[in-house]
Design a protein around this ligand. Structure first.
Ligand SMILES: [Zn+2]
Length: 315
């Protein structure tokens, strides 16, 4: 029955045609959709590309230790999120690599340098602590004074024998008088209001300060008996006549006389024994009035170097 078959055949053919057409449309649509959905310039894609570049560029250096990689990651993270410009996508990883390479030694240098510095400074700290003016409770007064390079040293680690009683140093007194004459020319009338102090007197003074301010405070401004530089006869507390309000006071350093002494005393063999900021070395807070006779040569060297007597003598 061709007549009856024909429509059926036509129906079949048209069904196949439509099916093919629909399939084709679906396939084309899918392809178009896939093509359309392919992201081209989105930041995310560039990041992916950059990451791929980084990964590929990292391949040759994958043998590097894991720590270095971790550092690279740290460096790259902000770069990727910050810059998303298309032309830089290829360069970025290279630049990052270079930066990382450059930074690697920089990062390591301080790490290595720090321990060295610490190691170098540790002994200094220990020395400072050792010299830091603390009294050693086990230290008994010695039988002989400490003399280094011909210079008598007295501090909280180097006391004097109780019997050490030389009186005021004659050479020191002569030097002071010479200095006083010179200062008078500049209109400054210097007075040495306290010089030699014997052991018993220092004991009396110190005990009085302890009773008044307590031992901790007294130890900052007064020496225990046997530990006073005044017992050497070479320490001169200097002020200005008519300026008694500044005697043994920090304010003396701000007066004309105090400034003159700080600038000129070394020419006469005297040093400012307890300079500002040296309490950890000398054991005493700044005393603008306390000068110590060490002789012109040593005094000038100490003045020019800007060091304390302890540092000059290397203790
Ligand atoms: Zn003094």
């Amino acid at each position: 029955m061709p007549s009856s078959y024909t429509p059926k055949g036509n129906k079949k053919n048209s069904f196949i045609k439509w099916s093919l057409l629909i399939v084709s449309i679906v396939a084309i649509s899918a392809a178009a959709l896939w093509f359309f959905l392919q992201p081209t310039n989105s930041p995310a894609n560039i990041n992916d590309a950059a990451q791929n570049e980084v990964q590929t560029s990292q391949k040759p250096i994958e043998e590097q230790p894991k720590e270095e990689k971790a550092e690279e990651d740290k460096v790259e993270e902000p770069k990727e999120t910050d810059s998303v410009k298309e032309p830089e996508t290829v360069k970025q990883p290279e630049e990052t690599k270079e930066e990382v390479k450059k930074e690697e030694p920089k990062k390591e240098e301080p790490k290595e340098a720090q321990p060295k510095e610490e190691a170098a400074s540790e002994p200094k700290k220990q020395e400072t602590t050792k010299n830091a003016a603390g009294y050693s409770d086990t230290t008994k007064l010695p039988k002989t004074p400490t003399v280094i390079n011909g210079i008598l040293l007295v501090n909280k680690q180097h006391p004097l024998p109780e019997t050490y009683a030389p009186g005021e140093g004659k050479e020191a007194r002569a030097a002071f008088e010479k200095m006083r004459e010179k200062a008078l020319d500049d209109g400054i009338d210097l007075v040495a209001f306290s010089t030699y102090r014997e052991f018993a007197r220092q004991k009396e003074l110190y005990n009085g300060y302890v009773a008044k301010d307590g031992q901790k405070a007294a130890d900052r401004y007064s020496a225990r008996p046997g530990y006073s530089e005044h017992q050497t006869g070479l320490a001169f507390d200097i002020g200005e006549a008519g300026q008694e309000q500044h005697w043994a006071s920090a304010s003396f350093g701000d007066t004309k006389g105090g400034k003159w002494l700080a600038k000129n005393a070394h020419n006469y063999g005297f040093i400012l024994r307890y300079p500002t900021g040296s309490e950890s070395i000398t054991g005493y807070m700044h005393e603008s009035w306390h000068f110590r006779y060490v002789g012109q040569k040593a005094a000038t060297e100490i003045y020019n170097k800007g060091v304390t007597l302890e540092q000059y003598l290397g203790v």
